[in-house]
Write a protein that binds this ligand. Structure first.
Ligand SMILES: C[S@@+](CC[C@H](N)C(=O)[O-])C[C@H]1O[C@@H](n2cnc3c(N)ncnc32)[C@H](O)[C@@H]1O
Length: 318
């Protein structure tokens, strides 16, 4: 188990696209809201305000550190609130299986500043720490396990796919060479190997040279794309007719998953066009609320650089 989180403060996490999420989810008093990525509770606090004293908010997070933020939130929420710790894909599926219904569901993907800013979690390339990166410290694998055991081809694939790393191949080669002598245990060791594996000018290029590999490892460690793929149908099953779903993604692969899911669910009949009558009987289950993803304003990006890559999509249950 990782060391306890620091005491939460008001400035822990600035909720991204907060007004836009609020507008899209249009929460009304008396409704049931699910914040499936509670984090430090920034969005949850605003959505609870919209419930105006009547309704329910279910908070989900796989990181046990979120519980202390939830306890603070609960004390002031003014509505019925509950915290469920676990992977949102599993928790949403369990809630749906138990016929729990929701009017609004939010997924604000990725990691929160409370995770990045705690060096001992190993998410950051900026400080030397154990090479961990698990949102749920009881899950497997750690980032160290991936870099020490996955074969070179798999490493190239994730560095390229999840990190869009140009130098995926030389970095993976250098990782495999170094681990044959001494396995990786610390973030600093990986940063050093990445720096030496890329051409000198790239070390001083845009952003930190280890940024993309760290992002790739984090996505792989936490199976972030798999969790999203599994969560969307479960969220749909939970939504009442007219219920709204909002998803904030920070990676083009995540955004593509959301876009495709909404487009598929918004389609009615899938019979071939030359069929005289419909035989599939498929009805649309979602209506898209965002033709294009909503991006943060320039002002928001200036105030909160973390929001720069955010894309928000929304849909309503038919
Ligand atoms: C970007 S933060 C959310 C921040 C939050 N909206 C706020 O305003 O404070 C994402 C949170 O979702 C959690 N998370 C990410 N993937 C998850 C998953 N598959 N299941 C449960 N929680 C997850 C992370 O642990 C993190 O706390």
């Amino acid at each position: 188990m990782l060391p306890n989180v620091l005491p939460p403060t008001e400035t822990d996490h600035v909720p991204v696209l907060a007004d836009e999420v609020r507008e899209l989810l249009a929460v009304r008093p008396g409704e049931t809201v699910v914040d499936a990525t509670f984090g430090a509770g920034g969005h949850a606090r605003l959505l609870a305000e919209d419930l105006a004293g009547r309704g329910k908010l279910v908070a989900i997070d796989r990181d046990p550190g979120a519980k202390s933020y939830f306890d603070r939130f609960k004390a002031r929420a003014g509505v019925d609130v509950r915290f469920l710790r676990g992977d949102f894909a599993l928790v949403l599926a369990q809630l749906a299986a138990n016929d729990v219904k929701a009017d609004a569901i939010l997924l604000d993907l990725g990691i929160s500043s409370m995770q990045v800013d705690r060096p001992e979690r190993g998410f950051s390339y900026a400080t030397d720490a154990p090479l961990d990166m698990r949102m749920d410290p009881s899950s497997e694998p750690t980032a160290a396990a991936i870099v020490n055991t996955w074969d070179e081809r798999e490493l190239v694939t994730i560095f390229r796919r999840y990190g869009e790393e140009r130098y995926a191949a030389p970095i993976a080669r250098a990782v495999v060479r170094r681990r044959a002598e001494t396995p990786f245990t610390r973030t600093g060791e990986l940063v050093d190997v990445i720096k030496l594996a890329i051409p000198t000018p790239a070390r001083f290029g845009e952003g930190h040279p280890a940024k993309r590999v760290f992002q790739a490892l984090r996505i792989a460690v936490n199976d972030e794309l798999g969790a999203l793929e599994a969560a969307l149908p479960a969220a749909l099953e939970m939504l009442r007719p007219g219920g709204r779903l909002a998803v904030i993604s920070f990676h083009s692969l995540e955004d593509r998953i959301v876009k495709r899911f909404v487009a598929d669910q918004a389609k009615g009949c899938t019979c071939p066009p030359d069929f005289p009558v419909c035989v599939c009987g498929k009805e649309p289950t979602l209506r898209s609320l965002t033709r294009k993803p909503i991006r943060p304003s320039q002002l928001e990006v200036e105030r909160n650089p973390r929001s720069a890559s955010a894309r928000l999509r929304g849909a309503a249950r038919t």
